[in-house]
Design a binder for this molecule. Sequence first.
Ligand SMILES: Cc1ncc(COP(=O)(O)O)c(C=O)c1O
Length: 424
Amino acid sequence: MNTTLMTYPEPSTVLLSTTEDERSAQSGGLRRSLQSRLSTRVRRVPPSPIRRYFDLATTMDDVISLGIGEPDYVTPPPILEAGLNSLRQGNTAYTPNAGVPELREAVTQMLTERYAAPAYDPETEVLITVGVSEAMFLTMQALIDPGDEVLVPQPCFVSYTADVILAGGTVVDIPTYAANSFVLTPAQIEAAITPRTKALLIGYPCNPTGAVMNREELSAIARVAQKHDLIVISDEIYDRLVYDDHKHVMFASLPGMAERTVHLGGMSKDYAMTGWRIGYAAGPAELLGAMHRIHQYLIMSAPTGGQAAALMALTDPCAEIAVQEMVASYNDRRTFFVDGLNEIGLDCFEPKGAFYAFPSVRRTGMNEYEFAEKLLREEKVAVIPGSGFGAGGSGHVRCAYPVHRQKLEIALERMYRFVRRYGV
Ligand SMILES: Cc1ncc(COP(=O)(O)O)c(C=O)c1O
């Protein structure tokens, strides 16, 4: 965790009027004056909900953090070695802007083999990025004009909203709820569409809920996208982290969707490679070309060693075995933790994907902010309030369970003590 980041002041989310700007400048308060000169876009971006709990947790000893959405593994050995060897061989320069051709080829092949994806042209329809984070930012920058509306089912990964706002667009919240397994319905999309709607952004398996959508449910969404001519951005970064009988369906592989979908995927979660910073985008050449144009000015090329490691991850059978072992271990912890939450009275919908549980805290009588703060102060367990991830998240907290099994046990004991104290 980068603690130095935490010292940055948050841009004020309050938009100052011109008169306030002037007054502030006249009063000579430089800091306030600088705040008032920040762009409207950046001031519209809400602060990350995670930060406050990180800040608090770092001041305390013996905290069990269920706050961080990262694998608790080191990158599997063959992948790690491939990255290190590439650097040792002197590959420390930029790569081609779009990424090394072998990696683009490997992404295309993997998507076709694994998900019967359309045969993307690695030259013009695939881009290697600095994680899905960059790919999402590029997608929004390439697509969105001020005033364009983007439909975003929520709760969702915090960057979705920020990226739409930073592109000048308007986020149209579509709340999803535990009662409906946090899935998006065609009727909800239909109800949210206006003449300004340009795109729909989906992210299943979902951070923060762990919800997944099956083929039938996604096909119904695809029909609405077709009917209303929507561009779909599908963040499938957790595609391999699915459990029980669930089979991941790549949205772009559904009939008629390849030509209107930007598919985003990455190495961070499935391969325990968050720090290598490699993701990819695949989609129609017109859109990918526009994203490439921004990427070459913004980034030049994704990390060189990371691309070598990613190539190994996508092509080496040992890497595949490592993924399966990690998924089995997450699954074990998932069932243990989710059962435990339900037993202690924190009702939890069964997440079939990613590595998050999203229990309701309503039975404690507290809202999610009060719950998260008191749980941290009184029992030293860090969780994230669900409404920080948008509409539909209120009354819930996000718990990331890639934590050692023994620590999960202790966390549950502490949470049990805590909820009993508050009458559950
Ligand atoms: C749903 C989702 N999308 C994208 C990202 C960003 O991942 P990357 O490391 O590829 O930038 C995350 C990270 O937490 C995520 O949860």
